[in-house]
Design a protein around this ligand. Sequence first.
Ligand code: HDD
Length: 710
Amino acid sequence: MTSIASAVKRTFGEMTADQKQVDLQRDTVDPQKGHSSAGMTTMHGMPFDNTQTWLKATQPEGTGPALLEDQVAMEKIHRFDHERIPERVVHARGAGAHGHFHVFDDRASKYTFAPVLTDPSRTTPVFVRFSTVQGPRGSADTVRDVRGFATKFYTPEGNWDIVGNDIPVFFVQDAMQFPDFIHAVKPEPHNEVPTGQSAHNNFWDFFSLQSQTTHTVFWAMSDRGIPRSFRMMQGFGVNTFTLINAKGERHFVKFHWTPELGVHSLMWDEALKIAGQDPDFHRKDLEEAIVTGAYPKWKFGIQVLPESREHEFDFDILDATKIWPEELVPIEYIGEMTLNRCVDEFFAETEQVAFCTSHIVPGIGFSDDPLLQGRNFSYLDTQQSRLGTNWEQLPINRPVCPVLNHIRDGKHQSRITKGVNYWPNRFNTIPPTDEDKGGYHEFAQTLHGMKLRTRAPKFQEHYSQTELFYNSLSVVEKKHLIEAISFELSHCDDPLVYKNVIPQLNEIDHELAKAIAINVGGDMPPEPKRKSHGKRAIRISQMDFMPEKPLVKSRRIAILVADGFDIDVVEGLRAAMKLGSASTFIIGPRRGKISGATGTTSVMADHHFEGQRSTLFDALFIAPGAKSADTLKKDGRVIHWVREAFGHCKTIGAVGEGIEVIRKALQDVEKISLAPLAGQTDDATISYGVVTAPKISLSSTVTDVLMVGK
Ligand code: HDD
């Protein structure tokens, strides 16, 4: 990854005119000037060229006490001392990128008058921040966790934020439970363990006592909790919002992002290893895709319900622990988002970006979802503690439209507004905006009833959709989920916890509960009280999100070579992969020149065998060439590369003598046969993801199979 990032000149992508408009607002310093000593100044702007040496009362040889009068040195140290701000209380670790959004046509105008969702001539600049939830800023990317997927749309009607996750449901129904839930999942208070994990007593204790968490916990324990890439995750607004159309009619809506590349996950063993091998794996993956031009893309979809259908279902459509199954409410895809530009400075952009669920634009509204109502307060409030008053004026948060109101002053006020600071005033008694001019007006909702601390009846049922989720998974996904829960419970050392969890699991699926009880030493559960409904839903399993055509775009392919390898085949493979926007990396015995079979040509290896691991790649290719294969076969690390990749079900390709390396590495794997399979051409064999060909140049078979990815 680093080799590509450094070899390719860092690109900021193709900025659209609207993105440039956002950029004009930024006080970006030209990196060349910013780094030359000639252009340096103090914070008050005084030119200054020596930022390395403290002013001294010199004695001979330039030594002597440092002087307190050196304001420039003190300013530098003082600013350094204050570089840190509080990290986000949740979602502290993240990575961001710029991009743009457009709608395909005006079909959503039957639901909303918001131009961002209805005007196909618009390109709306966006900033997206992906995150993990539990871990601090310095934690690893590939931990098992929910991922945040927050999008800021810079529209002429103001900023609109969808502060979503990669999982469509949430752990609790009421915002008042959020602090309890987060305290339970965060590291335990006495020793601040574990980091970036939910594998501990308090989390599972909370799970066993709060059945409303079961649905989201099941999503998080499934492969969704360990995505291969931010670019291969779905995104969900989770809460129910509303859309208001030009006739003043209101619809309930859920927002969806569906990735172009399909939904893919790591294997748990990979995720664990990568957390140590490359804790920045997802962050670098996002940057690498943008830098190499394989821009991440998502389709934007809406699930819409008219007000008249609000009570039609056996779940409450305002309950954030429930999905709206797609067979009941299909998604309508209305637009597309592309991320095409890396951030210039992490702190100024990714760290200081501030999302608020309360940031909506005319044509979009809230619902009575009790989680959303609480979120609307929390996000506004948290920005104050993280960034201070006037955080909306930070370049990354500034709207692209004019901002006019009578809110004034406060720390770090950077706007100078002329005129009076109240309304009405002697110069103007006309309201600054009204509905006719597109001003935001709350939907006139009829309300009657009593003021009570209560929950609606359908909020009381918690197991039905958890079972629906579990039933909808493929056999492999179910197995992974059982293994994941078993792993987590194995890390709970209080028997009360793992014993209490089993009855909770039993209400969801009896067989699952029994399997986990055996794994973790829980009591064998009796027949559950709840009767299973046995239903399944579409587009829950990741298998339902395979791209229409297999794509190799942005996949990372390691090519293992040693001196004497067949350069023509390797170069052919690299060219084919490049055509599909995949990245290839030469891995050799050393990071340097590796000579080809003829001895006159060579390639530069990007890494040596010890410098990387198979876990960091999507596929392996073993180069042909007798001498090369002989070296590879004898290298224990290479054998481990192949065995590990095979264990993680990755595509492994080999041609000619390269096959011998695979044969050696997998000799004790009984099921694998490298003989031609029925239906395959004589010269190419595919078995358990291993593709081999005795003397192939580059047959379409190899290319096609590599394109399947994992
Ligand atoms: Fe939250 C951050 C997503 C419920 C309170 N949340 C935060 C971020 C995401 C979400 C993606 C990171 C934003 C960024 O990148 O800066 N949160 C969700 C989703 C929820 C949810 C999808 C359920 C539907 N959150 C939720 C509740 C509360 C909060 C119920 C409080 C009552 N969330 C916060 C917060 C954070 C936050 C404390 C921390 C940093 C921030 O807001 O800006 O206010």
